[in-house]
Design a protein around this ligand. Sequence first.
Ligand SMILES: *[C@@H]1O[C@H](CO)[C@@H](O)[C@H](O)[C@H]1NC(C)=O
Ligand SMILES: *[C@@H]1O[C@H](CO)[C@@H](O)[C@H](O)[C@H]1NC(C)=O
Ligand SMILES: *[C@@H]1O[C@H](CO)[C@@H](O)[C@H](O)[C@H]1NC(C)=O
Ligand SMILES: *[C@@H]1O[C@H](CO)[C@@H](O)[C@H](O)[C@H]1NC(C)=O
Ligand SMILES: *[C@@H]1O[C@H](CO)[C@@H](O)[C@H](O)[C@H]1NC(C)=O
Ligand SMILES: *[C@@H]1O[C@H](CO)[C@@H](O)[C@H](O)[C@H]1NC(C)=O
Ligand SMILES: *[C@@H]1O[C@H](CO)[C@@H](O)[C@H](O)[C@H]1NC(C)=O
Ligand SMILES: *[C@@H]1O[C@H](CO)[C@@H](O)[C@H](O)[C@H]1NC(C)=O
Length: 450
Amino acid sequence: MMLLVFLIALAAAAAQNDTQTARTSSTSAVRREQFRVIYEWTYIDYEWESQEQQKAFLNTSRYIPQNVLISGINFYGESLFLTMPRMLDGVPATLATIPVLQTNTAPKLKPFPSWSDNTIGNCNALQFVQNVEIDRNGIMWILDNGRVGTLTPTPDPKCPPSIVLIDMKSGKNEMERIPFPPEIVNPNTTYLNDLVVDNRGDGDYAYITDNSAVDPGIIIFRRSDKKSWKLRDSQSMMSVPEATFFRINGTNVNLPVNIDGIALGPQFKRNDDKVDRTVYYSPLSSFNLYAINASVLRNESLAQNNKNDLRPYVVDLGTKASQTDGMKMDSTGVLFFGLIGNSTIAEWNSTTDFRTGQRTIARDPTYIQWVDRFTFDDRGNTYVVVNRLFNFVKQQVSLNEINYRILKSFTGSKSYVFGDDLTSESQYSAASIPMVGASLLMVAFSFLLA
Ligand SMILES: *[C@@H]1O[C@H](CO)[C@@H](O)[C@H](O)[C@H]1NC(C)=O
Ligand SMILES: *[C@@H]1O[C@H](CO)[C@@H](O)[C@H](O)[C@H]1NC(C)=O
Ligand SMILES: *[C@@H]1O[C@H](CO)[C@@H](O)[C@H](O)[C@H]1NC(C)=O
Ligand SMILES: *[C@@H]1O[C@H](CO)[C@@H](O)[C@H](O)[C@H]1NC(C)=O
Ligand SMILES: *[C@@H]1O[C@H](CO)[C@@H](O)[C@H](O)[C@H]1NC(C)=O
Ligand SMILES: *[C@@H]1O[C@H](CO)[C@@H](O)[C@H](O)[C@H]1NC(C)=O
Ligand SMILES: *[C@@H]1O[C@H](CO)[C@@H](O)[C@H](O)[C@H]1NC(C)=O
Ligand SMILES: *[C@@H]1O[C@H](CO)[C@@H](O)[C@H](O)[C@H]1NC(C)=O
């Protein structure tokens, strides 16, 4: 507990320094919470079933502590769900959970749904999970890439790339696995990276980024009939040479990574009175943010010619100061994203012009080293995974340093999945408490990124 308090003070002081230098005048009376460190780990350990199990995993290199990296994060009930993609060998479980609140600052991870549901090579179990989403109906959508060891010389497509669904409300944690057809999603080359879920009256859809090195694109999956298709646009979905270089914490990495982060905007009514939403995305190795209407992605007929089907529909919203890994939108259309080379967490109100509307909400070279994913809880808090990925990909993770952190801040936000439903009667219910927090935020943190 002492440790926790100490860290919070430090992080807040650091952020305050940043605030003072970055802003010339401000109203300190209305200040939103600073991002604080709530959890931090030198390496990731698990809640083992027994000491024998742990010993056996260690002894057979099924657990190699420096190879376990936290990447994705999500929230349900009283728990945070964390993903540990099996990029290297020695990752005992690829999906796990920790409590939202607890006094231990380095909690052990409890494999989810269970140890056996994380067994490598069992195709009823999870193989390689980079991200999950939990929709407004309490369904967890898990992206299982099927292929493990993506950073090793011999990546192994153990199982078909799949969507795995769990109804969290039932408490039974039963997994429904839906493999993608190999002609749509190639098990040898796909890299299912991140997803947003669009709960619609006519069925639920997932829009999934495939940052495959050879065939990047967006995969659309419709839950009602389990059908999927893939759309491509090389111009907006591929890394660009001028953005493959990252310099962070004295380390240089060259990473040409394709389409990666994705976000979903609030519903809006088109001129023809149909409901639509904007999908935002960016390659990791790019400075641009792109947008496309979800109605275009749902148009299967665009997937027929297979090449650059989307070009006429993609809008380039403009550039960011640095590259972005994960991004997440709240229910009012405010986008949270990282700026990796700037040790920065930023936001953008999507009703404003992207080129002038980006704001820094936290900057710290020590605590913010590679922002990966974001999530919101049901009390207005935003959580961020910071994971020093640059060390991991260079395989120079040191077990003597803090490598993984979860930061938290009250922002008054809730997830885009709980945005107003323009097609339902109850569209103005349960909506607006967060607005107060969100507008304070604009006052307190209004300065432009250079
Ligand atoms: C804040 O700035 C002061 C002076 O510029 C410096 O001495 C101090 O170490 C900084 N604190 C943090 C936490 O960065
Ligand atoms: C660990 O491996 C060694 C040999 O490499 C063996 O002697 C020992 O019994 C093993 N321990 C366990 C717990 O499997
Ligand atoms: C994946 O690779 C295996 C082994 O090289 C090959 O047999 C299979 O046809 C490939 N699958 C696709 C969809 O290309
Ligand atoms: C890298 O970050 C660590 C803290 O995580 C800090 O102690 C160290 O000085 C940093 N190194 C450089 C070169 O910035
Ligand atoms: C989405 O559709 C609306 C209505 O047709 C249009 O005004 C808007 O420009 C489109 N957005 C994008 C990103 O193409
Ligand atoms: C889907 O795209 C095709 C072009 O490939 C277009 O002709 C058709 O009108 C679109 N359908 C809808 C519902 O927008
Ligand atoms: C942000 O980082 C980029 C490198 O990714 C650098 O070129 C730029 O000057 C930085 N901008 C700010 C405002 O720090
Ligand atoms: C976003 O901008 C719009 C238009 O300026 C404003 O009405 C809304 O309150 C802003 N949202 C937040 C969360 O500040």
